[in-house]
Unconditional design. Structure first.
Length: 184
């Protein structure tokens, strides 16, 4: 089972939403599914972008090289291990910005074991919102940290692959990698 990530980084000690850091840093991370941009505020990973869908580094980020932000180096290393089939769980602090409902949906994504899938309806039931499968789908679509928060593991009620920020082909490749059917 996937070890839970520290989503508490999104909140101050009193439970109120954490103010975003003044500086954001992005690092290009090559991957077999295309170049990724990993974003950090220096204390947590805040976003991962697929270059093919965003056209480059996210705005308002200082693009940095290896060694400039230790957390980005750790994220790049762990992503490389994941794509090599050597890592099943990520050990990174994350701070996704979103609503309380989105955080509940994203926390449930972290409970889906590596190589397994869940339907949107089942995810909705597991967060005690049994009639909210469409809202869960929207929350997953807004997930700012794909792969690390594995929204690719959620499928349609009939098992079909549905939309994904990196494209359905990327979703299929990630699932095939995790099932041992593809070596990236």
């Amino acid at each position: 089972m996937t070890a839970p990530l520290d989503m508490t980084a999104s909140f101050d000690g009193d439970g109120s939403p954490r103010e975003p850091a003044a500086s954001l840093y992005a690092r290009r991370v090559p991957s077999p599914i295309g170049e990724l941009f990993v974003v950090s505020d220096g204390t947590a990973i805040t976003e991962i972008h697929f270059e093919s869908h965003h056209g480059g580094a996210p705005p308002n980020c200082a693009e940095v090289d290896v060694g400039a932000v230790e957390l980005l180096d750790r994220a790049a290393e762990q992503l490389a291990e994941y794509f090599a089939g050597e890592r099943r769980d990520f050990d990174l602090p994350v701070a996704p910005r979103g609503t309380d409902f989105q955080h509940r949906a994203w926390a449930q994504l972290l409970e889906i074991p590596y190589g397994e899938t869940l339907t949107y309806g089942e995810q909705a039931r597991r967060i005690d919102a049994p009639t909210a499968s469409r809202a869960v789908g929207a929350a997953n679509g807004a997930n700012p940290i794909p792969i690390v928060i594995p929204c690719h593991r959620v499928v349609g009620a009939n098992g079909s692959l549905t939309g994904y920020a990196g494209g359905v082909d990327v979703k299929r490749a990630l699932l095939d990698l995790e099932r041992g059917q593809l070596s990236l």
